[in-house]
Design a protein around this ligand. Structure first.
Ligand code: FAD
Ligand code: THG
Length: 788
């Protein structure tokens, strides 16, 4: 196996692979020494573990633990401070994430901030967030120690070897070529950091990252500048926690008598990967000036200490801020581990080694997976613009629903003009414009029935969402389901293939629709699908995203054809007790008596549709699919026929609330490949009498936790997901999805909790709200609505 790049990621991966007995590892780097050529060479190594994403925090926890054990980590703690009320509230939210993901931390007041970091002007600070296990990694030392361990186990490191080509034969990787040599290998892992796109080009793989400059500067002597203050010496400086001042896009650490200041406040300075000549660019002092002023404002003695020198260091940014991990979808054997911080390096390396050696990482990696992007998200302009925006927002307080503002719109469904005319408020998902609610529904009397909620939960929300949910249960509504990923699986081997890949029985008559699960080799839930058998050899798969397509493609034999039909088709979810009446007002050939979970082809007046009798919102009705050209016609036909029945268009806000009332899980939020179907409450979709991928492992799995339905006592405390859950004062789990149930009047949260836990508290912005486990589903447990 060849690893390209001996930065911290390549070295950590060599260590993790050889530790697992995979000792035939050669690490190549174009530079002359370890961690010398790229970003790792000058990274100051701050490790703040807290992240909104659970797996990112897990990567960081492992990095801290490992580097501490290896003697290349200084656990001096991490301190994030607030100088604004908004930030202060956000620190409480971050404390929640840390607790949810198992990192001990606490919120502290301004006096304690000043005591911990005496250089900080106490009067500028409102409070802080202290993470005692954070600290400083020594990146070059960490690379060296891990490389040495790997070498002791048989790995080779070769320097001055620039990889210029990846060799392939028979659709597989066979090795790499450098300027002078050839290295045969059946597995090549690109750990080339910000040069990733160049390596990707060699194998026709778009690597959606952008190298960008980030300014780092050194001050003069702050110990002297502090004027002999007893609290400040070189020794005390070295013990002070690493400091983040996110309101000014700054972070700080000590270097002897000086401070190092990292700044994200400047303009984005992207550079094309192929144009990189060194790991840093000359310091552009004018870009640093506002950051310097903000630094002096927080730490007054810097005025005296002065600015000594700085540089514009280069490292990778991605469109969503997450790493790029995984295997080339079209070239087995070519792997990628890029856009990884020092903070996550060892954790990522461990996951990659598990993935390559065992076929499956322990952690859920869906949000870092290389294959997570839609094609439109790989356009160079998109990658550049969104990565730059991500740089700008790196320390911003971001609402979980906040969409990127540009480039938009990109993907619009055929109903877009109709939706705009109804005053749709759009959010973005996988590039799609997706209505969240419609202002046209502001005059519904139901709006007045919707309870108020706190400021944070009111963002990207309107009481209209509640009215739309109420009307869906009372009358009938049209939901745009176009963004739902749809695949056509066909060919002589289609049935056998889907039977092997999924847990439920698909060997049913054409016209059957089946809810089923994709498991991985460990029995974890990779996705949940609805599969409609359209004819003997053709299936329509309702999926969750691009990862499903990549997974199925990877496993599909030659006699199975897979096609992503999402963009060429569209879908309206027509749901509510009057859905049948609505259809019957239109000349149609739909057999409206056909039961729940059936599919049929029919005409709704002029529009040929595939109608699937199912509903994620738990109401009578159909998902009506047609080709994109007929979308507006389908919309108009249903809309006109529904006028007398009081049909409305309803958005995602209502949808999420309705699905949680019905207890339907959302893959990626409620369950991932870390969870087995039974603990996720999806055991009903697993057929014991059938063989499928992951079955053997599933039979051996045990579990002591459960995806639990909670109701929150206070109807106004609407939580958003990822909050920690406490039982008898101790954190025991975390919230996955949450929404107020408008039609049940119940405030709902789903959470992973130990089995048997009943009365709990959810921490929300530092406050505890009471919640209790409830029998699910909360709405229509007898399925009267759906089967009606
Ligand atoms: P690199 O260290 O860049 O290694 C990639 C290697 O691949 C290089 O050695 C390069 O020579 C080699 N290579 C590339 N192409 C080829 C080829 N064709 N053939 C052979 N070899 C090749 N992260 C933190 O977590 N905390 C921080 O405080 C922090 N601060 C930072 C401050 C600055 C100023 C900068 C620039 C970055 C900072 N980072 C920080 C980010 C961090 O440095 C990087 O994310 C990390 O070092 C990336 O490691 P890597 O191994 O992927 O890449
Ligand atoms: N529609 C279609 N495909 C999809 C979804 C969808 N694929 C992805 C995602 N959504 C899958 N999630 C669900 C969740 C629940 C149900 C359908 C899709 C559902 N469940 C019934 C239940 O639990 O009562 C299943 C009953 C049964 O197995 O008979 O309806 O929204 N096309």
């Amino acid at each position: 196996m060849v690893l390209v790049g001996a930065g911290i990621v390549g070295c950590a991966l060599a260590d993790e692979l050889t530790e697992r007995g995979f000792t035939d590892v050669t690490v190549l780097d174009q530079a002359q020494w370890l961690a010398a050529g790229g970003s790792s060479s000058h990274a100051p190594g701050l490790v703040f573990q807290t992240n909104s994403c659970r797996s990112m925090t897990a990567f960081a926890r492992y990095t801290v633990e490992k580097y501490t054990g290896l003697g290349c980590f200084d656990q001096i703690g991490g301190l994030e401070i607030a100088t604004t009320e908004t930030r202060l509230a956000d620190l409480a939210r971050r404390h929640g994430w840390a607790t949810s993901w198992g990192v001990e931390s606490r919120l502290i007041d301004a006096d304690e901030v000043a005591a911990l970091h005496p250089l900080v002007d106490r009067d500028k600070v409102l409070g802080g967030f202290l993470i005692p296990s954070d600290g400083l990694a020594k990146p070059v030392l960490a690379a060296e120690i891990q490389a040495r361990r790997a070498i002791e186990r048989g790995a080779r490191f070769e320097f001055g070897q620039k990889v210029v080509a990846v060799e392939t034969a028979g659709g597989r990787v066979t090795g790499v070529r450098t300027e002078t040599d050839s290295y045969p290998a059946d597995i090549v892992v690109s750990c080339a950091g910000m040069w990733g796109p160049v390596l990707g080009e060699m194998v026709g793989l778009t690597i959606p990252l952008v190298p960008m400059a980030h300014q780092y500067a050194f001050t003069g002597d702050v110990v002297a500048a502090a004027g002999g203050s007893a609290a400040i010496s070189t020794e005390s400086l070295a013990r002070q926690p690493i400091l983040r001042h996110q309101d000014a896009d700054l972070y700080f650490r000590s270097h002897g008598e000086a401070l190092g200041i990292g700044a994200y406040g400047h303009r984005p300075m992207p550079i094309a990967a192929r144009d990189i000549t060194g790991s840093e660019e000359p310091f552009t002092k004018e870009d640093f000036e506002p950051s310097w002023d903000a630094a002096v404002e927080l730490i007054p003695s810097l005025a005296e200490a002065g600015l000594d020198r700085g540089f514009n260091g280069l490292f990778s940014f991605t469109s969503d801020g997450m790493p790029l991990l995984g295997e080339h979808p079209g070239l087995p054997g070519f792997w990628v581990a890029e856009a990884v911080w020092i903070t996550h390096s060892a954790g990522v390396a461990k996951a990659m080694a598990e993935w390559i050696v065992d076929g499956q990482p322990e952690l859920d990696l869906h949000s870092s997976d290389l294959n997570r992007f839609e094609q439109v998200q790989l356009a160079p302009d998109y990658v550049l613009e969104r990565s730059c925006q991500n740089f700008v927002e790196v320390y911003d307080v971001l609402h979980p629903l906040q969409p990127m503002e540009s480039p938009r719109p990109i993907r619009t469904s055929p109903f877009y003009e109709r939706q705009k005319a109804l005053g749709a408020f759009f959010l973005e998902a996988s590039g799609w414009e997706r209505p969240h609610w419609y202002e046209a529904n502001a005059s519904l009397p139901e709006v007045a029935e919707v309870p108020e909620r706190g400021e944070w939960a009111s963002r990207y929300w309107s009481p209209i969402c509640g009215a739309e949910a109420l009307v869906t249960r009372k009358r009938v509504a049209m939901f745009d389901m176009t963004p739902l990923k749809r695949l056509e699986v066909s060919g002589p081997g289609a049935l056998e293939f889907l039977q092997r890949m999924t847990t439920n029985n698909l060997n049913r008559k054409p016209g059957a629709v089946v809810y089923t699960l994709l498991l991985d080799e460990t029995g974890g839930v990779r996705s949940d699908l609805t599969i409609a058998r359209l004819d003997h050899t053709t299936f329509q798969v309702g999926a969750n995203g691009n990862l499903d397509l990549a997974w199925l493609t990877k496993h599909a034999p030659d006699d199975v054809f897979l096609r992503d039909i999402t963009a060429g088709t569209c879908c309206i979810g027509l749901w509510g007790p009057l859905a049948r009446d609505l259809v019957e007002r239109i000349p149609n050939t739909l057999d409206t008596a056909k039961g729940y979970f059936t599919g049929q082809k029919a005409f709704i007046k002029n529009v040929p549709v595939t109608a699937l009798r199912l509903s994620y919102v738990g109401e009578l009705g159909w998902e009506l699919y047609t080709t994109a050209d007929l979308g507006p016609k389908l919309w108009d036909t249903l809309w006109e026929a529904g006028q007398e029945l009081g049909v409305i268009a309803a958005g995602r806000g209502a949808f999420t609330s309705l699905r949680l009332e019905k207890g339907y899980r959302s893959w990626g939020a409620d369950m991932t490949d870390e969870h087995d179907p039974f603990e996720a409450g999806l055991g009903f979709a697993v057929r014991k009498d059938k063989d499928f991928l992951g079955k053997e492992a599933l039979d051996k799995r045990t579990s002591d936790k459960k995806l639990t339905c909670l109701t929150i006592d206070d109807p106004h405390s609407v939580v958003m997901g990822s909050e920690p859950v406490y039982h008898q004062g101790k954190p025991v789990g975390y919230v996955t999805s949450a929404a107020y149930g408008y039609t049940t009047g119940l405030n709902i949260a789903y959470a992973w909790l130990p089995e048997g836990v009943d009365e709990v508290e959810i921490e929300y912005f530092g406050e505890r709200v009471k919640a209790r486990a409830a029998q699910e589903p909360l709405f229509d447990p007898e399925m009267k609505r759906l089967r009606g």
